[in-house]
Write a protein that binds this ligand. Sequence first.
Ligand code: PLP
Length: 387
Amino acid sequence: MAVPFYRHALSPACSDRVAAVLASPFLTSGPQGVRVEEKLRGFFGVQHAKLTSSWTQGAIATLLALDIGPGDEVIVPAMTFAATANVVRLVGATPVFVDVDPATLLIDHRLVAEAVTPRTRAVIPVHLYGQMVDIPALRKAIPASVRIIEDAAHCFEGKRNGRRPGQDGDAAIFSFYATKNVTCGEGGAVITNDPDLAAALVQTVLHGMSAGAAQRFQGGTYRHWDIARLGTKANLPDLLAVLLEPQIDGIEAQLARRERLCARYEAELANTPFTWPIIEAGVVSARHLFPIHVPDGQRDAVLQALGQAGIGATVNYRSVPCLTLYRTSGAIPDLPVSRRWGEGTLSLPLFPDLRDEEQDEVIAVLRAQALAINPPETMRRAEPALV
Ligand SMILES: *Cc1c(COP(=O)(O)O)cnc(C)c1O
């Protein structure tokens, strides 16, 4: 039985929602997006929300809005998706990589504090796999002038000590990419409680223009616009925004299903050589991915066995400073926790309607692989006799 890595849960009924947008005058950012932004403000308990065309564009718009650019440094974890570092490069600033905690794989606050220099403008902690970084603790570890931009691409539903993304950082950025917990194919959002950042973002998501399309035509009379700062093109069209609302309404049920699947993986893989990050007390993980670590350089063999069985698996992630672009551009220190995790990790199928029999198949292949890596005691004891 083939088991996909991910199967989206958008139903054909969504086409009615898209049809309603097609029947309206507004295809790009308009009233539907405004409704979703309202919903995001309510869900996260923050003052401002801006839908964007992706996490990447939202992050570029945020960095531009904070005037972060050439000569500035931004601290990022080595264990993340490359986009977290790429956006820093794309605005002309320098990403400074730090290693992660070996138990949680979240950015190590102590190493962040050590990496701060007079050029440091921001840090981008990543709520990896759905577990939130302790933002108040990170805040205490660094100078007040350093902005905290949360990479919440994995963490729409997550909480730590009752606090959600965006409540304690300067901004949090989400991704609604095709395989994320909430998706509209491609999309994202930036939330913040900072009124100055919010006002600048309105411009940096739209070329730097002083008025969006909806405002330019308000009242039926053309209004002139100006550009006072550089912006990118990061707005989300209503055609896509309209897909998000029902998913936000049903989010707790979807999280409960993924939580159950994760608990099953953890129980069934408990006595194998495979390991996975711990989830700390006080954390509700958004359970975006279920990564395991395969020891003894056997990761690619396990990936191959899963592939041959028709099971979708991916790698999240190889350590970013180990990728060719970063390895060959400047002296980057070895960050061993991220490197070793990246050399051994793979992610298993995880999505709300993964069926039990599909998950059983994944578990069966992994248990067989575990035996190959770690022969049972009887075989081990027999070994010396064979020599
Ligand atoms: C998916 C992802 C991104 C990029 O999101 P896009 O919407 O594709 O730009 C950034 N950071 C992390 C951790 C991600 O998983």
